[in-house]
Design a protein. Structure first.
Ligand SMILES: NC(=O)C1=CN([C@@H]2O[C@H](COP(=O)(O)OP(=O)(O)OC[C@H]3O[C@@H](n4cnc5c(N)ncnc54)[C@H](OP(=O)(O)O)[C@@H]3O)[C@@H](O)[C@H]2O)C=CC1
Ligand SMILES: N[C@@H](CCO)C(=O)O
Length: 334
């Protein structure tokens, strides 16, 4: 057959380039943590045409003292004393992170965070930031590079009522299940997820479904204006599965997935759960491989949106953090 592609006439239209377009404002930022996520953010900020000056980076272990205009510190309060407009939180779930976000909100500093555990546990921080008129955004906290919260927000802004959100929201558990299917042992599989930078500082959060539950709590805020307690969301641990069961299921055309689910019930209440489910291998939610996430959003109108992509790791997650930063700078709020 001849080439059957339609030739489209090109209009004179200049595509915007995010890399070269100068941003309107310049802001001072503090990076909390410089591990998997924030090391990628730091690299990305260097390419933002000088729109963001990093006044300090805080890590747990000391690093060389000063790098250009950036101070490398181990004390979070010292970093706040550099007078940031923005705090970029790439800390693990820990009391220091919770205190840092409290301090940022108290001082009227904008927050971009990837720290779903802390944000889920402390809905008051977002509420207080909103009252103060400062940004408190966390796109990277759910789905890594997959725009889950962004899509939910967009759908509700368009007047859609969300009925259900369901999918694989934890990259580590998916990665581990994939290795178990191939006969790898549990400990080895978790160690591989840690080495790849997918797992939480305490990987039991991934394995026991707590990370997925925290993500459901954040989705519920945007989908239903409701802040459930993530700790009360029932979650089934991967440890309840025998690795042989995972292998055996695969041989029979089934794939175990850690499924996170949020449903608006007829009486208006919200049901949330994280469970391990053996799905037929051609089921759309069986599709994510390795650290990928797949999420289905169903609206009462019948509209269904399926999102799929890398749910964890340096580059996709840093990309989502950088997009939040760029939105903030472009909005000219700093
Ligand atoms: N990794 C991923 O794929 C994703 C992670 N997230 C979230 O992003 C956040 C960061 O994750 P990730 O980058 O993987 O974590 P890492 O463990 O790679 O990095 C954590 C960083 O925080 C620093 N740190 C830890 N505790 C303290 C403390 N008490 N005071 C000062 N600094 C501290 C560490 O310092 P040091 O370097 O000295 O150890 C390190 O630089 C977490 O909340 C995670 O849930 C969200 C989406 C995806
Ligand atoms: N530990 C998380 C990081 C991304 O949120 C995961 O594996 O999904």
């Amino acid at each position: 057959m001849e080439n059957d592609m339609t030739q489209l006439a090109a209009l004179d239209f200049e595509l915007p380039s995010r890399n070269v377009r100068p941003l309107r404002t310049r802001l001072r930022a503090v990076l909390l943590g410089c591990g998997t996520v924030n090391s990628g953010v730091l690299d990305g900020l260097a390419e933002m045409s000088g729109a963001v000056e990093v006044s300090a980076v805080v890590t747990r272990r000391p690093r060389p003292g000063k790098d250009g205009r950036t101070a490398w510190l181990t004390d979070i309060r010292d970093a706040f004393d550099t007078g940031p407009d923005l705090v970029i939180d790439g800390l693990p779930d820990c009391p220091a992170a919770e205190k840092a976000l409290e301090l940022a909100v108290e001082r009227g500093i904008h927050v971009v965070s990837a720290n779903k555990a802390v944000i889920a546990r402390r809905p008051d921080l977002e509420v207080r930031a909103r009252r103060k008129g400062t940004r408190f955004v966390y796109s990277a906290a759910v789905g890594g590079g997959v725009p889950v919260l962004e899509t939910v927000i967009r759908l509700t802004s368009a007047g859609e009522r969300i009925a259900r959100v369901r999918g694989v929201l934890n990259g580590t558990s998916n990665f581990v299940l994939g290795l178990l299917e191939q006969g790898t042992g549990f400990d080895e599989a978790i160690a591989a997820a840690q080495a790849a930078g997918f797992a939480e500082a305490d990987p039991s959060a991934d394995i026991d479904g707590l990370d997925a539950a925290a993500k459901l709590a954040l989705i519920a805020r945007k989908a239903f204006a409701f802040a459930p307690d993530a700790a009360s969301i029932p979650a089934q641990s991967l440890l309840s599965l025998d690795p042989g069961q995972v292998c055996g299921a695969r041989e029979n055309g089934l794939r175990y997935r850690q499924l996170a689910e949020l449903t608006r019930l007829e009486d208006g209440t919200i049901d949330a759960r994280v469970s391990l489910t053996a799905l037929p291998e051609d089921h759309p939610l069986a599709r994510p491989e390795n650290e990928e996430n797949t999420v289905e959003i169903v609206c009462e109108s019948g509209l269904k949106v399926v999102l799929h992509g890398k749910g964890a790791g340096r580059s996709p997650t840093a990309g989502a953090v950088l997009a939040d930063i760029r939105d903030l700078v472009e909005a000219g709020e700093v």
